[in-house]
Design a protein. Sequence first.
Length: 470
Amino acid sequence: MARGNDASDPRLHGTDIAESVIDLIGNTPLVRLKRISELHGIQCVLAMKMETTNPGGSAKDRPALEMILAAEREGLLQPGGTIVEPTSGNTGVGLAIVAAQRGYHCVFVMTDKVAPEKVSLLRAYGAEVVVCPVAVPPEDPQSYYKVAERLTVERQAFRPNQYANPNNPLAHERTTGPELWAQTGGRITHFVAGAGTCGTITGTARYLKSMNPAIKVIAGDPDASVFSGGSGRPYLVEGVGEDFYPAAWAPELYDDVIPISDEESFLTAREVSREEGILIGGSGGMAVAAAIKVAKQAGPDDIVVVLNPDSGRGYLSRVFDDAWMANFGFLRECDECIAAVLDTRGDTPSLLYVNPSHTVRDAIDLMRANGVSQLPVCKNTPPFAAAEVAGAVDELDLLEAIARDASTLSQPVEHVMGPKLPTIGVGQKVSLAVEMLDGAPALLVLAGGRPLSVLTRTDLLTYFEVLSNG
Protein backbone atom coordinates (compact mmCIF):
# COMPACT_ATOMS: atom_id res chain seq x y z
CA MET A 1 0.00 0.00 0.00
CA ALA A 2 1.08 3.56 -0.57
CA ARG A 3 2.85 5.51 2.13
CA GLY A 4 3.53 9.18 2.13
CA ASN A 5 3.11 12.62 3.62
CA ASP A 6 0.47 15.24 2.99
CA ALA A 7 2.18 17.30 0.29
CA SER A 8 0.03 20.32 1.25
CA ASP A 9 1.50 20.49 4.76
CA PRO A 10 5.02 21.99 4.57
CA ARG A 11 5.73 20.94 8.16
CA LEU A 12 5.95 17.31 7.01
CA HIS A 13 8.35 17.90 4.13
CA GLY A 14 11.53 15.92 4.60
CA THR A 15 10.06 13.78 7.38
CA ASP A 16 9.15 10.10 7.51
CA ILE A 17 5.79 10.69 9.19
CA ALA A 18 2.89 8.77 7.66
CA GLU A 19 -0.23 10.83 6.97
CA SER A 20 -2.50 8.27 8.69
CA VAL A 21 -2.47 4.74 10.03
CA ILE A 22 -3.88 3.36 6.77
CA ASP A 23 -0.70 4.49 5.03
CA LEU A 24 1.12 1.89 7.13
CA ILE A 25 -0.78 -1.05 5.64
CA GLY A 26 1.45 -3.43 3.69
CA ASN A 27 5.20 -3.64 3.11
CA THR A 28 5.43 -6.28 5.83
CA PRO A 29 8.81 -7.98 6.39
CA LEU A 30 10.06 -11.48 5.69
CA VAL A 31 11.92 -13.39 8.39
CA ARG A 32 13.71 -16.72 8.16
CA LEU A 33 12.43 -19.53 10.39
CA LYS A 34 15.94 -20.76 11.13
CA ARG A 35 15.35 -22.62 14.40
CA ILE A 36 12.22 -24.36 13.09
CA SER A 37 14.20 -25.39 10.01
CA GLU A 38 16.95 -26.86 12.18
CA LEU A 39 14.48 -28.72 14.40
CA HIS A 40 12.74 -30.31 11.41
CA GLY A 41 15.79 -31.02 9.27
CA ILE A 42 14.83 -28.53 6.56
CA GLN A 43 17.58 -27.73 4.03
CA CYS A 44 15.90 -25.00 1.98
CA VAL A 45 15.23 -21.42 3.04
CA LEU A 46 11.96 -21.29 4.97
CA ALA A 47 10.75 -17.74 5.55
CA MET A 48 7.63 -16.19 7.06
CA LYS A 49 5.72 -13.18 5.73
CA MET A 50 5.00 -11.21 8.90
CA GLU A 51 1.51 -9.77 8.37
CA THR A 52 1.43 -9.00 12.09
CA THR A 53 3.20 -5.70 11.39
CA ASN A 54 0.12 -4.28 9.67
CA PRO A 55 -1.65 -1.68 11.86
CA GLY A 56 -4.46 -4.11 12.69
CA GLY A 57 -2.02 -6.96 13.21
CA SER A 58 -3.19 -9.13 10.32
CA ALA A 59 -3.24 -9.70 6.56
CA LYS A 60 -6.88 -8.58 6.49
CA ASP A 61 -5.92 -4.91 6.68
CA ARG A 62 -5.04 -5.08 2.98
CA PRO A 63 -8.46 -6.14 1.59
CA ALA A 64 -10.29 -4.03 4.20
CA LEU A 65 -8.73 -0.88 2.76
CA GLU A 66 -9.18 -1.99 -0.86
CA MET A 67 -12.85 -2.89 -0.38
CA ILE A 68 -13.75 0.40 1.32
CA LEU A 69 -11.91 2.54 -1.22
CA ALA A 70 -13.62 0.66 -4.06
CA ALA A 71 -17.04 1.10 -2.40
CA GLU A 72 -16.45 4.84 -2.14
CA ARG A 73 -15.47 5.07 -5.80
CA GLU A 74 -18.56 3.12 -6.83
CA GLY A 75 -20.93 5.14 -4.64
CA LEU A 76 -21.84 2.14 -2.47
CA LEU A 77 -20.65 3.77 0.73
CA GLN A 78 -21.80 7.27 1.60
CA PRO A 79 -20.29 9.68 4.17
CA GLY A 80 -21.31 8.69 7.71
CA GLY A 81 -22.59 5.32 6.47
CA THR A 82 -22.61 1.92 8.17
CA ILE A 83 -20.54 -1.15 7.34
CA VAL A 84 -21.86 -4.63 8.22
CA GLU A 85 -19.63 -7.69 7.85
CA PRO A 86 -19.50 -11.29 9.17
CA THR A 87 -15.94 -11.89 10.36
CA SER A 88 -13.80 -14.09 12.59
CA GLY A 89 -12.17 -10.90 13.80
CA ASN A 90 -9.27 -9.83 11.63
CA THR A 91 -11.25 -8.43 8.70
CA GLY A 92 -13.35 -6.57 11.24
CA VAL A 93 -10.28 -4.96 12.77
CA GLY A 94 -9.04 -3.87 9.35
CA LEU A 95 -12.43 -2.43 8.44
CA ALA A 96 -12.72 -0.72 11.83
CA ILE A 97 -9.35 0.97 11.37
CA VAL A 98 -10.19 2.29 7.92
CA ALA A 99 -13.71 3.21 9.03
CA ALA A 100 -12.35 5.22 11.96
CA GLN A 101 -10.18 7.23 9.58
CA ARG A 102 -13.02 7.83 7.14
CA GLY A 103 -15.97 8.34 9.49
CA TYR A 104 -18.04 5.14 9.18
CA HIS A 105 -19.90 3.06 11.79
CA CYS A 106 -19.22 -0.71 11.88
CA VAL A 107 -21.37 -3.69 12.87
CA PHE A 108 -19.58 -7.05 12.93
CA VAL A 109 -21.21 -10.49 13.14
CA MET A 110 -19.13 -13.29 14.68
CA THR A 111 -19.61 -16.92 15.73
CA ASP A 112 -19.29 -18.11 19.31
CA LYS A 113 -16.23 -20.15 18.23
CA VAL A 114 -14.19 -16.96 18.09
CA ALA A 115 -11.93 -16.19 21.05
CA PRO A 116 -13.43 -13.59 23.42
CA GLU A 117 -10.36 -11.38 22.98
CA LYS A 118 -11.42 -10.73 19.39
CA VAL A 119 -14.89 -9.59 20.42
CA SER A 120 -13.38 -7.24 22.98
CA LEU A 121 -10.87 -5.95 20.44
CA LEU A 122 -13.53 -4.98 17.90
CA ARG A 123 -15.56 -3.23 20.58
CA ALA A 124 -12.41 -1.35 21.60
CA TYR A 125 -12.36 0.15 18.09
CA GLY A 126 -15.92 1.39 18.67
CA ALA A 127 -17.64 -1.30 16.63
CA GLU A 128 -20.92 -3.04 17.45
CA VAL A 129 -20.52 -6.84 17.68
CA VAL A 130 -23.27 -9.46 17.27
CA VAL A 131 -22.36 -13.05 18.28
CA CYS A 132 -24.13 -16.03 16.62
CA PRO A 133 -23.95 -19.82 17.23
CA VAL A 134 -21.38 -21.69 15.13
CA ALA A 135 -23.19 -25.05 15.23
CA VAL A 136 -25.77 -24.15 12.58
CA PRO A 137 -25.59 -24.54 8.77
CA PRO A 138 -25.00 -21.44 6.59
CA GLU A 139 -28.65 -21.31 5.50
CA ASP A 140 -29.99 -21.21 9.09
CA PRO A 141 -31.48 -17.80 10.05
CA GLN A 142 -29.18 -17.79 13.11
CA SER A 143 -25.99 -18.35 11.09
CA TYR A 144 -23.64 -15.44 11.02
CA TYR A 145 -24.03 -15.20 7.24
CA LYS A 146 -27.81 -14.81 7.47
CA VAL A 147 -27.69 -12.46 10.45
CA ALA A 148 -25.28 -10.23 8.52
CA GLU A 149 -27.64 -10.21 5.54
CA ARG A 150 -30.56 -9.19 7.75
CA LEU A 151 -28.64 -6.43 9.49
CA THR A 152 -27.39 -5.05 6.18
CA VAL A 153 -31.00 -4.54 5.07
CA GLU A 154 -32.21 -3.24 8.42
CA ARG A 155 -29.38 -0.72 8.79
CA GLN A 156 -29.34 0.22 5.09
CA ALA A 157 -25.65 -0.58 5.30
CA PHE A 158 -22.82 -1.44 2.97
CA ARG A 159 -21.61 -5.02 3.28
CA PRO A 160 -18.08 -5.53 1.91
CA ASN A 161 -18.79 -9.29 1.69
CA GLN A 162 -15.18 -10.42 1.74
CA TYR A 163 -16.26 -13.88 0.55
CA ALA A 164 -17.51 -12.54 -2.80
CA ASN A 165 -15.82 -9.14 -3.19
CA PRO A 166 -13.23 -9.21 -6.03
CA ASN A 167 -11.31 -6.44 -4.27
CA ASN A 168 -10.33 -8.97 -1.59
CA PRO A 169 -7.96 -10.99 -3.82
CA LEU A 170 -7.15 -7.86 -5.81
CA ALA A 171 -5.58 -6.28 -2.71
CA HIS A 172 -3.11 -9.16 -2.46
CA GLU A 173 -2.49 -9.27 -6.19
CA ARG A 174 -1.53 -5.59 -6.03
CA THR A 175 0.50 -5.67 -2.80
CA THR A 176 1.37 -9.02 -1.20
CA GLY A 177 2.48 -10.72 -4.40
CA PRO A 178 4.73 -7.87 -5.61
CA GLU A 179 6.22 -7.52 -2.12
CA LEU A 180 7.17 -11.21 -1.99
CA TRP A 181 8.64 -11.08 -5.48
CA ALA A 182 10.78 -8.06 -4.60
CA GLN A 183 11.78 -9.31 -1.14
CA THR A 184 13.07 -12.64 -2.52
CA GLY A 185 14.69 -11.06 -5.57
CA GLY A 186 12.32 -13.08 -7.75
CA ARG A 187 13.72 -16.35 -6.32
CA ILE A 188 10.64 -17.52 -4.39
CA THR A 189 9.84 -21.12 -5.38
CA HIS A 190 6.93 -21.99 -3.05
CA PHE A 191 4.18 -19.95 -1.41
CA VAL A 192 2.14 -21.48 1.44
CA ALA A 193 -0.90 -19.86 3.03
CA GLY A 194 -4.17 -20.76 4.66
CA ALA A 195 -7.40 -20.61 2.67
CA GLY A 196 -10.56 -19.08 4.12
CA THR A 197 -12.12 -16.42 1.93
CA CYS A 198 -9.23 -17.41 -0.39
CA GLY A 199 -8.47 -13.74 -1.05
CA THR A 200 -4.91 -13.93 0.27
CA ILE A 201 -3.81 -17.10 -1.45
CA THR A 202 -5.60 -16.43 -4.75
CA GLY A 203 -4.54 -12.82 -5.14
CA THR A 204 -0.93 -13.55 -4.22
CA ALA A 205 -0.87 -16.60 -6.49
CA ARG A 206 -2.14 -14.61 -9.45
CA TYR A 207 0.75 -12.19 -9.23
CA LEU A 208 3.46 -14.74 -8.46
CA LYS A 209 2.44 -17.10 -11.24
CA SER A 210 2.25 -14.19 -13.67
CA MET A 211 5.92 -13.56 -12.88
CA ASN A 212 6.95 -17.22 -12.85
CA PRO A 213 4.42 -19.98 -13.61
CA ALA A 214 6.78 -22.54 -12.03
CA ILE A 215 6.20 -21.14 -8.52
CA LYS A 216 4.27 -23.66 -6.42
CA VAL A 217 1.28 -22.38 -4.46
CA ILE A 218 0.09 -24.56 -1.59
CA ALA A 219 -2.98 -24.09 0.60
CA GLY A 220 -2.86 -25.24 4.20
CA ASP A 221 -6.36 -26.21 5.31
CA PRO A 222 -8.20 -27.58 8.37
CA ASP A 223 -8.73 -31.28 7.73
CA ALA A 224 -12.52 -30.96 8.13
CA SER A 225 -12.82 -28.04 5.67
CA VAL A 226 -14.48 -28.56 2.30
CA PHE A 227 -11.24 -27.53 0.59
CA SER A 228 -9.69 -30.73 1.97
CA GLY A 229 -12.71 -32.86 1.16
CA GLY A 230 -14.40 -32.55 4.57
CA SER A 231 -17.92 -31.48 5.47
CA GLY A 232 -16.87 -28.04 6.68
CA ARG A 233 -17.24 -28.84 10.40
CA PRO A 234 -16.25 -29.37 13.08
CA TYR A 235 -12.82 -27.88 13.61
CA LEU A 236 -11.43 -25.37 16.07
CA VAL A 237 -8.87 -23.38 14.09
CA GLU A 238 -10.28 -19.90 13.49
CA GLY A 239 -10.34 -17.83 10.32
CA VAL A 240 -9.44 -20.55 7.80
CA GLY A 241 -11.25 -23.36 6.02
CA GLU A 242 -14.89 -23.20 5.01
CA ASP A 243 -18.11 -25.17 4.63
CA PHE A 244 -18.67 -23.70 1.15
CA TYR A 245 -16.55 -22.51 -1.79
CA PRO A 246 -16.14 -18.70 -1.80
CA ALA A 247 -15.91 -16.66 -5.00
CA ALA A 248 -12.12 -16.33 -4.75
CA TRP A 249 -11.61 -20.11 -4.63
CA ALA A 250 -9.31 -20.77 -7.61
CA PRO A 251 -8.02 -24.36 -7.54
CA GLU A 252 -6.37 -23.90 -10.93
CA LEU A 253 -3.86 -21.65 -9.14
CA TYR A 254 -3.12 -24.05 -6.29
CA ASP A 255 -0.61 -26.83 -6.77
CA ASP A 256 -1.68 -28.64 -3.61
CA VAL A 257 -4.04 -28.46 -0.64
CA ILE A 258 -2.56 -29.93 2.55
CA PRO A 259 -5.03 -30.89 5.31
CA ILE A 260 -3.81 -30.11 8.82
CA SER A 261 -5.49 -31.20 12.04
CA ASP A 262 -6.41 -28.87 14.90
CA GLU A 263 -3.84 -30.63 17.06
CA GLU A 264 -0.97 -30.12 14.62
CA SER A 265 -2.02 -26.52 14.02
CA PHE A 266 -2.09 -25.58 17.70
CA LEU A 267 1.05 -27.45 18.70
CA THR A 268 2.94 -25.93 15.77
CA ALA A 269 1.79 -22.44 16.79
CA ARG A 270 3.12 -23.07 20.29
CA GLU A 271 6.39 -24.45 18.89
CA VAL A 272 6.99 -21.45 16.61
CA SER A 273 6.21 -19.06 19.45
CA ARG A 274 8.55 -20.88 21.82
CA GLU A 275 11.42 -21.59 19.42
CA GLU A 276 11.40 -18.51 17.16
CA GLY A 277 10.03 -15.92 19.56
CA ILE A 278 7.25 -15.19 17.06
CA LEU A 279 3.81 -15.36 18.69
CA ILE A 280 1.43 -16.77 16.08
CA GLY A 281 -2.15 -18.04 16.24
CA GLY A 282 -3.78 -21.32 15.29
CA SER A 283 -4.20 -20.44 11.62
CA GLY A 284 -0.55 -19.37 11.48
CA GLY A 285 0.40 -22.67 13.11
CA MET A 286 -1.65 -24.50 10.48
CA ALA A 287 0.13 -22.63 7.67
CA VAL A 288 3.56 -23.31 9.16
CA ALA A 289 2.70 -26.99 9.65
CA ALA A 290 1.85 -27.21 5.96
CA ALA A 291 4.98 -25.23 5.04
CA ILE A 292 7.17 -27.63 7.04
CA LYS A 293 5.81 -30.53 4.98
CA VAL A 294 6.50 -28.60 1.77
CA ALA A 295 9.97 -27.48 2.87
CA LYS A 296 11.04 -31.03 3.75
CA GLN A 297 10.43 -32.01 0.12
CA ALA A 298 12.00 -28.88 -1.39
CA GLY A 299 15.50 -28.58 -2.82
CA PRO A 300 18.34 -26.90 -0.89
CA ASP A 301 18.26 -23.85 -3.17
CA ASP A 302 14.50 -23.35 -2.91
CA ILE A 303 12.85 -20.49 -1.02
CA VAL A 304 9.61 -21.47 0.69
CA VAL A 305 7.56 -18.55 2.00
CA VAL A 306 4.71 -19.09 4.44
CA LEU A 307 2.26 -16.29 5.21
CA ASN A 308 1.54 -15.74 8.89
CA PRO A 309 -1.90 -14.07 8.92
CA ASP A 310 -2.01 -12.72 12.47
CA SER A 311 -0.61 -12.68 16.00
CA GLY A 312 -1.11 -15.20 18.76
CA ARG A 313 -2.19 -12.37 21.07
CA GLY A 314 -5.74 -12.95 19.89
CA TYR A 315 -5.64 -16.58 21.05
CA LEU A 316 -4.21 -16.38 24.57
CA SER A 317 -7.37 -17.91 26.09
CA ARG A 318 -7.34 -20.76 23.57
CA VAL A 319 -4.14 -21.98 21.90
CA PHE A 320 -1.86 -20.68 24.65
CA ASP A 321 -4.03 -21.66 27.61
CA ASP A 322 -2.89 -25.05 28.96
CA ALA A 323 -6.25 -25.79 30.61
CA TRP A 324 -8.17 -25.12 27.38
CA MET A 325 -5.72 -27.22 25.38
CA ALA A 326 -5.92 -30.08 27.89
CA ASN A 327 -9.74 -30.04 27.96
CA PHE A 328 -9.81 -30.62 24.21
CA GLY A 329 -7.25 -33.40 24.44
CA PHE A 330 -4.33 -31.54 22.88
CA LEU A 331 -2.08 -31.72 25.97
CA ARG A 332 -1.46 -34.28 28.72
CA GLU A 333 -1.39 -33.02 32.29
CA CYS A 334 0.05 -36.21 33.79
CA ASP A 335 0.98 -39.84 33.07
CA GLU A 336 -1.90 -41.39 34.99
CA CYS A 337 -4.65 -39.59 33.09
CA ILE A 338 -7.97 -40.40 31.41
CA ALA A 339 -6.12 -42.34 28.70
CA ALA A 340 -5.04 -44.82 31.37
CA VAL A 341 -8.67 -45.33 32.40
CA LEU A 342 -9.68 -46.08 28.81
CA ASP A 343 -6.85 -48.60 28.53
CA THR A 344 -8.47 -50.75 31.25
CA ARG A 345 -11.64 -51.28 29.20
CA GLY A 346 -10.19 -53.99 27.01
CA ASP A 347 -12.11 -54.62 23.80
CA THR A 348 -14.97 -52.24 24.58
CA PRO A 349 -15.63 -50.11 21.46
CA SER A 350 -13.85 -46.78 21.75
CA LEU A 351 -16.93 -44.77 20.83
CA LEU A 352 -20.58 -45.56 20.27
CA TYR A 353 -23.02 -42.94 18.97
CA VAL A 354 -26.27 -42.42 17.08
CA ASN A 355 -27.23 -39.89 14.45
CA PRO A 356 -30.11 -37.44 15.00
CA SER A 357 -32.21 -39.30 12.41
CA HIS A 358 -31.84 -42.68 14.12
CA THR A 359 -34.91 -43.79 16.02
CA VAL A 360 -35.16 -44.11 19.77
CA ARG A 361 -35.48 -47.88 19.23
CA ASP A 362 -32.13 -47.82 17.36
CA ALA A 363 -30.52 -46.06 20.32
CA ILE A 364 -31.95 -48.52 22.83
CA ASP A 365 -30.80 -51.51 20.76
CA LEU A 366 -27.28 -50.07 20.57
CA MET A 367 -27.21 -49.45 24.33
CA ARG A 368 -28.46 -52.95 25.09
CA ALA A 369 -26.03 -54.65 22.71
CA ASN A 370 -23.04 -52.89 24.25
CA GLY A 371 -24.09 -52.58 27.87
CA VAL A 372 -23.98 -48.79 27.99
CA SER A 373 -26.42 -46.26 29.44
CA GLN A 374 -25.57 -43.09 27.49
CA LEU A 375 -24.85 -42.29 23.86
CA PRO A 376 -23.71 -39.08 22.20
CA VAL A 377 -25.78 -37.91 19.25
CA CYS A 378 -23.65 -36.86 16.27
CA LYS A 379 -24.77 -35.03 13.15
CA ASN A 380 -22.36 -36.53 10.65
CA THR A 381 -21.71 -40.06 9.48
CA PRO A 382 -18.41 -41.99 9.57
CA PRO A 383 -15.55 -41.40 9.48
CA PHE A 384 -16.21 -40.10 12.96
CA ALA A 385 -13.21 -37.79 12.78
CA ALA A 386 -15.50 -35.34 10.98
CA ALA A 387 -18.55 -35.86 13.19
CA GLU A 388 -20.21 -33.03 15.11
CA VAL A 389 -21.75 -33.68 18.52
CA ALA A 390 -25.34 -32.41 18.74
CA GLY A 391 -26.51 -33.82 22.08
CA ALA A 392 -26.84 -37.04 24.05
CA VAL A 393 -29.38 -39.66 25.10
CA ASP A 394 -29.60 -41.41 28.48
CA GLU A 395 -31.49 -44.64 29.16
CA LEU A 396 -33.41 -43.16 32.11
CA ASP A 397 -34.59 -40.20 30.05
CA LEU A 398 -35.64 -42.53 27.22
CA LEU A 399 -37.51 -44.76 29.66
CA GLU A 400 -39.50 -41.81 31.01
CA ALA A 401 -40.30 -40.57 27.50
CA ILE A 402 -41.52 -44.00 26.36
CA ALA A 403 -43.59 -44.45 29.51
CA ARG A 404 -45.41 -41.21 28.68
CA ASP A 405 -45.87 -42.07 25.00
CA ALA A 406 -45.04 -45.49 23.51
CA SER A 407 -44.82 -43.99 20.01
CA THR A 408 -41.57 -42.34 21.13
CA LEU A 409 -39.83 -45.59 20.14
CA SER A 410 -40.27 -44.78 16.47
CA GLN A 411 -39.39 -41.09 16.73
CA PRO A 412 -36.01 -39.69 15.68
CA VAL A 413 -33.51 -39.36 18.48
CA GLU A 414 -33.19 -35.61 17.87
CA HIS A 415 -36.75 -35.15 19.21
CA VAL A 416 -35.86 -36.53 22.63
CA MET A 417 -32.11 -36.00 23.01
CA GLY A 418 -30.73 -34.00 25.90
CA PRO A 419 -27.79 -31.58 26.08
CA LYS A 420 -24.25 -32.58 25.17
CA LEU A 421 -22.28 -34.53 27.74
CA PRO A 422 -19.66 -32.54 29.65
CA THR A 423 -16.23 -32.93 28.05
CA ILE A 424 -12.86 -33.92 29.45
CA GLY A 425 -9.54 -34.23 27.67
CA VAL A 426 -7.85 -37.60 27.24
CA GLY A 427 -4.77 -36.16 28.95
CA GLN A 428 -6.52 -34.64 31.97
CA LYS A 429 -6.34 -35.96 35.51
CA VAL A 430 -8.48 -38.85 36.74
CA SER A 431 -9.33 -36.81 39.84
CA LEU A 432 -11.06 -34.25 37.62
CA ALA A 433 -13.22 -36.99 36.09
CA VAL A 434 -14.24 -38.17 39.57
CA GLU A 435 -15.25 -34.62 40.47
CA MET A 436 -17.19 -34.05 37.23
CA LEU A 437 -19.05 -37.37 37.42
CA ASP A 438 -20.48 -36.32 40.76
CA GLY A 439 -22.95 -34.19 38.80
CA ALA A 440 -23.10 -35.86 35.37
CA PRO A 441 -24.14 -39.34 34.20
CA ALA A 442 -21.13 -39.61 31.88
CA LEU A 443 -18.38 -37.58 30.22
CA LEU A 444 -17.36 -37.24 26.58
CA VAL A 445 -13.61 -37.73 26.24
CA LEU A 446 -11.87 -35.57 23.63
CA ALA A 447 -8.56 -36.27 21.89
CA GLY A 448 -7.12 -33.81 19.41
CA GLY A 449 -10.30 -31.77 19.73
CA ARG A 450 -12.45 -34.68 18.53
CA PRO A 451 -14.73 -37.09 20.44
CA LEU A 452 -12.90 -40.26 21.45
CA SER A 453 -15.06 -42.10 23.94
CA VAL A 454 -17.73 -41.88 26.62
CA LEU A 455 -16.44 -42.23 30.19
CA THR A 456 -18.73 -43.53 32.96
CA ARG A 457 -18.52 -44.14 36.70
CA THR A 458 -18.21 -47.87 35.96
CA ASP A 459 -15.10 -47.18 33.90
CA LEU A 460 -13.54 -45.37 36.85
CA LEU A 461 -14.45 -48.16 39.28
CA THR A 462 -12.82 -50.70 36.96
CA TYR A 463 -9.73 -48.54 36.69
CA PHE A 464 -9.34 -48.18 40.46
CA GLU A 465 -9.88 -51.92 40.90
CA VAL A 466 -7.11 -52.67 38.41
CA LEU A 467 -4.82 -50.25 40.26
CA SER A 468 -5.53 -51.87 43.62
CA ASN A 469 -4.73 -55.31 42.22
CA GLY A 470 -1.35 -54.08 41.07
